[in-house]
Design a protein around this ligand. Structure first.
Ligand code: DCT
Ligand code: MG
Length: 482
């Protein structure tokens, strides 16, 4: 748990800088930050940050506002809110996502508004005839394979390709090799002080000679912290606001008490920040399948997440476990955990029991995690289990690595919805739900599909049933890489 220092404690330099408001330099741009989704404390932090750089930030949504900035990715609800709260027509203002704001902070001036920054007002509820739609605005009406992508990779996924590549700027290569070669225990990091070089390097933007290969936005600010398992945006921001910039800073701060998840996140950082290969995912599938069948011969294990979409690499491996005996699925999951522990391969487990209650559906909180029993694991994967061997960092001579695994356990009659939801991609899911709501007056989430016109739940045993209810052509999992 994180404890705050005594209020009388002297402020760190970063905090004092932030609270000093600078005279407004960019008079023509009046920013308004929308508190919804962003939260009050983050809004106030960003307001101070912008003002300290000479930006005008309005506290209220008035006629003076020229740029509205929101972290709410649900365009329809944001626009509905703006229309209800703006004194004039909100379409006269720039309605922008947070990327415009962060770009402007980095550039220390308001950057030009580009299409990528805009949060567009949603189309009216009447569907456009398919014949006039060239490319649908909804990802669930497009087929996107892994081949379609301009590979945008973060340092977490591409380290070995980058290190030593002469076309890559030296700062990025250095940063990359840092992440690649992280030792496995944070005690060593403390001694070696791996991260101080990040202090002055808030942002790198670089690309290799290969035009399809970009490394964008490697931020060395609080995003370094959110890369740790168990550290969310709020905690990362708290640490950053207290002047902490590097992992050793966090380790050396006596008032910070890491929770169990964060301790494991730091302890296994070197392993779990490196990508998991398809062969490693398959090996884990075999191990968990064995556990399932040792407990319940008719248990069902299904691979989901990015690997089900045909990705070659992922940050974790996601599985659904269930059983034909309705109501037995939760016991199955807890027994699998016991089994893995008994095998000596359970390095971390955060088990969350089911809070699923059909009578509380349909839910309107689409972005929230589902209510099924689930667990977030770190497992020890041994090299001999993996065809072709482990994905190892250079110089790592261990015959095992730690891997993040998620297991979710819905009752069998909810399986199709869970499978569709957990297969992703996140963008595909977002658009599927938006499409259901705006085009079909239906509510879709990981639990159910509700038809608001008929006022009833629609049953589904396969993903195809759900697409059919929505009047959509079926999109195969490997075409959902939006
Ligand atoms: N998901 C969900 N609800 C959440 C978070 C995720 O339904 N609150 C879904 C969307 C994708 C899927 O679960 C798996 O999540 P990730 O593992 O984060 O995504 P991924 O596509 O598997 O990506 P990666 O390959 O990096 O693991
Ligand atoms: Mg995944």
């Amino acid at each position: 748990m994180l404890r705050w220092p005594h209020p009388k404690k002297r402020l760190r330099p970063e905090e004092t800088t932030l609270s000093r408001s600078k005279k407004a330099v960019f008079e023509d741009v009046h920013i308004f930050l929308v508190e919804r989704k962003m939260g009050r404390s983050r809004r106030s932090f960003l307001t101070q940050l912008a003002r300290s750089k000479g930006f005008v930030v309005e506290d209220v949504l008035s006629d003076a506002v020229t740029h509205v900035v929101s972290e709410d990715s649900e365009a329809s609800s944001l626009w509905a809110w703006l229309k209800g709260h703006s004194p004039s027509d909100p379409s006269k203002m720039h309605v922008l996502d947070i990327s415009w704001f962060t770009d402007s902070m980095k550039e220390r001036r308001p950057v030009a508004v580009e299409t990528k920054h805009l949060i567009q007002d949603v189309l009216p509820e009447v569907s456009t005839p398919p014949s006039v739609v060239a490319v649908s605005q909804y990802a669930c009406q497009r087929r996107t394979t892994t081949e379609n992508h301009n590979k945008t990779l973060t340092v977490r996924n591409c380290s070995s390709n980058l290190a030593g590549n002469p076309a890559v700027p030296p700062e990025a290569a250095a940063l990359t090799s840092l992440f690649t070669n992280l030792p496995n225990h944070f005690e060593t990091w403390k001694a070696d002080l791996y991260f101080p070089c990040l202090k002055d390097a808030d942002l790198f933007r670089c690309s290799s000679a290969d035009p399809s290969f970009h490394v964008l936005w490697i931020t060395a600010s609080y995003q370094v912290f959110t890369s740790v398992f168990g550290v969310g945006l709020k905690t990362a921001e708290k640490w950053y606001r207290r002047g902490l910039r590097t992992f050793p800073d966090v380790m050396a701060e006596p008032s910070i008490r890491l929770n169990r998840m964060q301790q494991s996140g730091f302890l296994h950082y070197g392993d779990i920040s490196r990508h998991v290969s398809k062969a490693e995912a398959q090996a884990l599938g075999n191990i968990i399948d064995e556990a399932v069948h040792a407990i319940a011969p008719n248990g069902i294990l299904t691979l989901t997440g990015g690997f089900r979409r045909g990705k070659e690499f992922g940050h974790d491996v996601d599985f659904i476990v269930t059983t034909p005996e309705q109501g037995q699925e939760e016991g199955l999951l807890t027994n699998i955990i016991k089994h893995l522990k008994h095998q000596g391969i359970l390095l971390f487990c955060d088990y969350q029991p089911s809070s699923f209650d059909l009578s509380k559906l349909p839910s309107h909180r689409f972005e929230a995690m589902d209510h099924f029993a689930k667990c977030f694991l770190i497992l020890k994967l041994e090299g001999h289990e993996v065809e072709g061997g482990l994905c190892r960092a250079e110089g790592d001579s261990r015959d095992w690595r730690a891997v993040r695994v998620d297991l979710v356990s819905p009752p069998l009659d909810r399986f199709a919805f869970t499978l569709l939801g957990w297969t992703g991609s996140r963008q595909f899911e977002r658009d599927l739900r938006r499409f259901a709501r705006l085009e079909r007056r239906m509510l879709l989430d990981n639990h159910a599909l509700f038809d608001k016109t008929k006022n009833e739940f629609l049953a589904a045993t396969t993903e195809k049933d759900i697409f059919a209810h929505l009047g959509l052509e079926y999109i195969e999992p490997w075409q959902r890489n939006a």
